[in-house]
Design a protein. Structure first.
Ligand code: CAA
Length: 256
């Protein structure tokens, strides 16, 4: 692929957006390649945790502004749906996605990070939703995911002001889970991915599913959690996990 690199190491997948001359802006071709990469990771039974990062000084500086300039209303709607579809494949994947944010994560880049389960940021990372400065609004999920993750106050502040914030501020408001030294970003992300890949895959997938649906389900969320809990308790992974605990060894999970 031209704009997206894919790498696999043991049980870990790495997706790298690679269009550094345009700060990894997600033009349609880049988004198409990202979708192919995500589909491939989701379908590969060997891969248990996936890292998304960017080449150069940006994670992703947003959707491609040049392309947006050419669109009419209907085309804008389709563009939003396309990005939403790709990002939902990340959010709804049974596997865990880590955004390793190496620099600018603006507009669609911030939305891509928010679609991931965990955000690890370089101390140099900059987050923001600057769409209002272009006279548009976010279209790849920020109004929904940022509101769910950070609450209405911060979602409104960031989306309505377009203010850019650094990694430390993003950590303080709960957007980022870990801020690390820039040079250690990928080592830290890989280390976290290895920890996640060592856990019961079914347990991770179903925990993620229940958390994702927490806002949709209201009180039924507890019933839903209980059902999914039952599925993990009835799994081969549980038998292995409990056996390994008493045998004082690492479990060998199969994801079923
Ligand atoms: N789309 C297209 N091209 C972009 C881009 C984008 N989002 N962001 C940067 N570029 C291009 C620049 O035009 C420039 O290209 P040329 O070398 O051909 O001139 C190149 O990348 C390098 O960028 P800068 O020279 O601007 O780099 P900088 O270091 O001076 O500034 C920046 C960095 C502050 C991130 C600045 O590039 C910037 O503000 N980018 C736009 C960020 C933005 O508004 N993102 C939101 C896009 S809309 C969106 O994402 C909607 C949605 O929800 C789906």
């Amino acid at each position: 692929m031209r704009f997206v690199e894919v790498e696999k190491r043991d049980n870990i997948g790495i997706i790298r957006i690679n269009r550094p001359d345009k700060l990894n802006a997600l033009a349609p071709e880049v988004l198409e390649e990202l979708e192919i990469a995500v589909d491939d990771m989701n379908d590969d039974p060997q891969v248990r945790a996936i890292i998304i990062t960017g080449t150069g000084k940006a994670f992703v500086a947003g959707a491609d502004i040049k392309y947006i300039g050419t669109l009419d209303e209907e085309e804008g709607y389709r563009m939003a749906q396309f990005g939403q579809r790709v990002f939902s494949k990340i959010e709804n994947s049974p596997k865990v996605y880590i955004a390793a944010v190496n620099g600018y994560a603006l507009g669609g880049g911030s939305e891509l990070a928010l679609a991931c389960d965990i955000i690890v940021a370089s101390e140099n990372a900059i987050f923001g939703q600057p769409e209002v400065d272009l006279g548009i609004m976010p279209g790849w999920g920020a109004t929904q995911r940022m509101t769910r993750k950070l609450g209405q106050g911060w979602a409104k502040y960031l989306i309505l002001t377009g203010e850019r914030i650094g990694a430390q501020k993003a950590y303080e408001i709960g957007m980022v889970q870990k801020v690390v030294n820039h040079d250690n970003l990928m080592d830290e992300a890989i280390n976290l991915a290895q920890i996640l890949a060592s856990k019961g895959p079914l347990a991770l997938a179903l925990s993620k599913e229940a958390i994702n649906r927490a806002f949709q389900l209201g009180d039924f969320g507890f019933e839903y959690e209980a059902r999914l809990f039952g599925r993990t308790v009835g799994s081969e992974d549980k038998n292995e996990g409990v056996k390994a605990f008493f045998e004082k060894r690492k479990p060998n999970f199969k994801g079923r």
